[in-house]
Design a protein around this ligand. Structure first.
Ligand SMILES: *Cc1c(COP(=O)(O)O)cnc(C)c1O
Length: 364
């Protein structure tokens, strides 16, 4: 039997009783949009991250859109960001009419290379959008200092890093002017459908975000600004409220399992976590030069793999108009060519992981 890449079934089985009960109650109450369950989630989120305002929303992509919109990013603005991420990070910049300006990534944590940023700042630069890739934050405190110096905003796309910490124990989603996350099922904290959230300490931004999520309206049928429907379903909020209770335990488990991989895998570049930082391991991604052979060998032994991400954003067809080429951002390019994610979740069991390590380390 194929080993699960991300074992969502074992997770559901573990919390099944509470989750089924929660969903059944919400169905019986016919409480499907908004309400107490969403409020409770927003309180849980704000307390966990220790920010003043947290809003649940429809997914991590809409969260990014709302963040950029709330900051007033518009056509012609430039946003400095990473080419090594899921499409959504730069997709929303472009959808709003602004221009993603890429900088290369660090060879250590695969987040944007902080030393490359200042030379890219122009009079049109309005923000840095940092992505905390694979569950680890970049040095957001340093990024914030750069933003202050040039009077621009910092946005954290924390879709993969909810629960992560830096070397001063600052939690992901607590440092940037606005931070966003995703509750896509396979993310560190996932719901059973689409979901996301937005975080800020700024009251004005918070008000705008709150309005944007629900058609610019607080009072029914009175619309103060132009917004959209980017609400989170009540049932998803209920599921997240149950899973929240076990989240810290799951993070500990993820760290234990990651350490077993790191201590035992041979002949590859294992992921590095910066001193004092805590990753939530959205993925466990190694680097190998002979990626296709490794994928085949694992596949033959019922071990699935994934590539996060095979094509960096500066080489995506949809961004051809930006005029980048193969020689730009050499680190993003080599990491894209070599990266390989192994089966990973808080529920990867010891037997399966031992088999993965054994097969991985075995020569052909
Ligand atoms: C998953 C992800 C998103 C998008 O989240 P959705 O909830 O799927 O819309 C955005 N950015 C990054 C880095 C992601 O990994």
């Amino acid at each position: 039997m194929m080993i699960a890449f991300c074992n969502l079934k074992s997770q559901y089985d573990k919390y099944k009783f509470e989750i089924d009960d929660k969903i059944q109650n919400l169905l019986n109450n016919t409480n499907y949009i908004g309400g107490q369950e969403v409020k409770e989630l927003e309180n849980n989120l704000a307390n966990y991250v220790n920010v003043k305002y947290a809003y649940a929303c429809s997914n991590g992509t809409s969260a990014l859109f709302l963040a950029l919109k709330a900051l007033g990013i518009k056509e012609g603005d430039e946003i400095i960001t990473t080419p090594f991420t899921f499409i959504a990070s730069s997709e929303m910049i472009a959808l709003i009419g602004a221009k993603p300006v890429f900088v290369d990534i660090s060879d250590i944590d695969y987040n944007l290379d902080i030393n490359e940023i200042e030379s890219k700042i122009t009079s049109k630069t309005k923000a840095i959008l940092a992505v905390s890739i694979f569950g680890q934050m970049p040095n957001l405190i340093k990024l914030k200092e750069i933003c202050k110096k040039y009077n621009i905003y910092l946005i954290e796309d924390a879709a993969q890093s909810f629960g992560a910490k830096d070397d001063f124990n600052n939690v992901s989603c607590s440092i940037a002017d606005i931070s966003t996350t995703s509750f896509f099922p396979s993310k560190p904290l996932g719901c059973y459908g689409d979901g996301g959230a937005i975080f800020t300490n700024d009251e004005n931004l918070a008000n705008t975000i709150n309005l944007l999520i629900n058609h610019g309206s607080k009072e029914r049928y009175l619309h103060e600004i132009i917004g959209l429907n980017a609400r989170l379903d009540t049932i998803q909020a209920g599921i997240l409220n149950v899973k929240f209770k076990y989240f810290d335990k799951e993070i500990e488990q993820r760290n234990k399992i990651a350490k077993i991989y790191t201590d035992n895998l041979n002949n590859c570049i294992v992921p590095k976590v910066k001193d004092g930082y805590k990753s939530v391991w959205a993925q466990y991604s190694i680097r190998v030069e002979n990626r296709q052979e490794v994928i085949k060998k694992l596949q033959k032994n019922n071990i699935p793999t994934a590539i996060h991400y095979p094509t960096p954003l500066h080489l995506q067809p949809c961004f051809r108009y930006l005029g980048y080429n193969e020689k730009d951002f050499p680190i993003a390019k080599v990491v894209s060519d070599e990266i390989l994610s192994l089966p990973f979740s808080a529920f990867l069991n010891y037997e399966d992981q031992s088999k993965i390590i054994e097969i991985f380390n075995k020569g052909e």
